[in-house]
Design a protein around this ligand. Sequence first.
Ligand code: PHE
Length: 451
Amino acid sequence: MNTTKASHGQWSSRFGFILAATGSAVGLGNIWKFPYMTGVSGGSAFVLTYLLCITLIGVPILIMEWLIGRRAQQNPIQAMEFVARQEGRSPAWKVLGFVGILGAFLILSFYSVIGGWALDYLFLTGSGTFQGMTGKETGAVFEGFLANAGSLMLWHTVFMGLTVWIVAMGVTTGLERASRIMMPGLALVLLILVGYAAVATDSFGRAAAFLFTPDWSAINGQVVLAALGHAFFTLSLGMGIMTAYGAYLGKEVNLLSTARTVVILDTTIALMAGMAIFPLVFAHNLEPSSGPGLIFVTLPIAFGNMTGGTVLGALFFVLLSFAALTSSMSLLEPVVALVEERTSLGRKSAAVTAGVVIWLLGVASLLSFNHWSEIQILGNNIFDFLDKLTSKFMLPLTGLGIIIFAGWFMNQEKIRQELGLEGTAYLIWSLVSRFVAPLAVIAVFISMLLG
Ligand code: PHE
């Protein structure tokens, strides 16, 4: 049985597939999370390690998730089981599929809270709230917003409701088509913001240096783990999502060049967000390491002080909310497919049921910004705990499982043919996928355990 397939059908073209995969990859991770993590983790040390992790670890895992999905033509759990059996291995490898879906479930709970922030900021910016404001003032607006649990809950509910509606009605394909316009739109608005930061502040060079001038002394185990985790998060890896998408890929599609396109788009959007935000941070003497509120404090300064900023700001948050929705639906989809398959619920009831449970967990996350800020799990509030548990542990570990399975438990000659690799290219692929990627992930975990 192939439950996820029902809502998609085969992609008509490689372009349609790239749209869908990029829709999942590009989202709050690029525009909200990447800049704030960069600020928290010391700038270039984080950025450069992240780029390295994407290239050496993210890309091979992305390719293997697609390859496994394409071969099996089934949902992620069954796909792992199918390929394991095909390779004469234990079906227990499907546990990777389960852990992945659990990860998607947990991530969506807090992702929806931040998606709600984007929706609320659409209205705040559009109504001219930030006109003429300084960084101090936009900071105060954000603080007030965080303290208001009712408002956070309202927007979290709207975002989750939209996600459930999209998945329940199976309109995901339509949404992905719409991203044909929305994604370039987002890139264009980001470009305008980068331009604004370059012209209206005197801190562009400082921001570029902060992001790109290597400062190896700032690298430590925590920074590397954060960068590794973010590489997985931003490419939607380790959750079976890309495996599920792979099931719609035609045999003729070249996985390597498709991966290159998706990764370049994803990374470019993140770096542009960084170059739009950090000049404002420095020009307005804000704290780069202020955490999850970074874009909600900085970008409104630009929107409040540039000509046409109200309209551009509203447009920016529309596009950001849209990008967040094409990611959140990809997070909900595998959870719903699993519920549908394991219970007697139909698609709509499965989507609503999963949505309600995820929504509840999201409420716990949003309360950690106000009433429950004192509640700690292993030294983190609930939001931080869920974020770290998924990005820094679950995703890299499932990813490690997938790449070890691919490199050591699958027939390499068959993979070589499916990827169409010869000679040196194949040698590099082998080295990276069998040695560099798994050893790098293992090394990060060992160095962390050793403190
Ligand atoms: N990659 C998405 C982003 O960067 C988030 C996401 C994570 C989506 C995991 C699906 C799975 O916003």
